[in-house]
Design a protein around this ligand. Structure first.
Ligand SMILES: [Zn+2]
Length: 245
């Protein structure tokens, strides 16, 4: 297809994709002291902010987003990218951060509540593993730092990658979510089927930001890269996106 050929002409050649060469800015620090980094433009307002791995046991989201980022020349980057919102969780292989807090339940929303949150582990049937929503809303450094970054970047839309539910979630079913779902062949849903008080999605919606939760399907990582990285690439470069987000 001519358009795909044109895109490939501008991509970083394979031998040069080994490292992330894009400029980054440290926007905070994890509880364990790991720098929280955002790549690309760091001044707002921006149309789209892309991020991965709010849950540390969903590392495939970081790999797929990184593959897309490393294929893009730094000069072609239009929208900022966070490869790991929860680096302590990634290092430990845990859904939560190093303090046992599910960062996707720690946001200062109208419905945030303290106490235990439950989730279903990989390969398990029941949502019986316990984590915390935090000692207070935005109690965690990862939450606080991201909150300040979002306020600085003023994104119109945020695309947050998770796994492995295999759907694109947008409560308002806006054009950008429809565009993503169509291109990656995933169902577009208004919610994931259970309550998520204190979630990043709820907080973003309360700020008037168009929030899209992109749940990668349970597939080999090579298949995820083949089908999802090209769409992420277009979101990062802003190349032929829908007119309305
Ligand atoms: Zn997740």
């Amino acid at each position: 297809m001519p358009m795909d050929f044109e895109s490939k002409m501008n991509m970083v050649p394979n031998p040069e994709r080994g490292v992330v060469n894009h400029e980054s800015r440290v926007y905070g620090s994890s509880f364990k002291g790991i720098p929280l980094e955002v790549f690309g433009p760091t001044d707002g307002p921006t149309d789209i902010l892309l991020m991965a791995a709010m849950h540390g046991d969903e590392g495939e989201s970081t790999v797929v987003l990184s593959e897309a980022l490393r294929s893009i020349r730094p000069s072609d980057m239009k929208h900022p990218v966070i490869l790991s919102v929860n680096p302590d969780g990634i290092l430990r292989g845990t859904r939560c951060n190093a303090r046992g807090v599910d960062l996707n339940r720690n946001w200062p929303t109208a419905n945030w509540s303290p106490g235990t949150v439950h989730y279903r582990g990989h390969g398990q049937e029941l949502r019986e593993i316990e984590l915390s929503a935090g000692s207070s809303a935005a109690s965690e450094p990862e939450t606080n730092s991201l909150l300040a970054l979002v306020q600085r970047l003023q994104p119109r839309a945020i695309v947050s990658l998770h796994a492995p539910l295999g759907c694109v979630e947008d409560p308002e079913v806006k054009p950008l979510a429809r565009w993503i779902a169509n291109r990656v062949g995933l169902p577009l849903v208004p919610d994931v089927g259970y309550l998520t008080p204190g979630s990043f999605g709820t907080w973003s919606a309360e700020q008037g930001i168009n929030i899209i939760t992109w749940e990668l399907p349970l597939e080999p990582i090579s298949d995820l890269i083949a089908s999802h990285a090209p769409v992420l690439r277009r979101l990062i470069t802003g190349e032929r996106l829908p007119e309305t987000l």
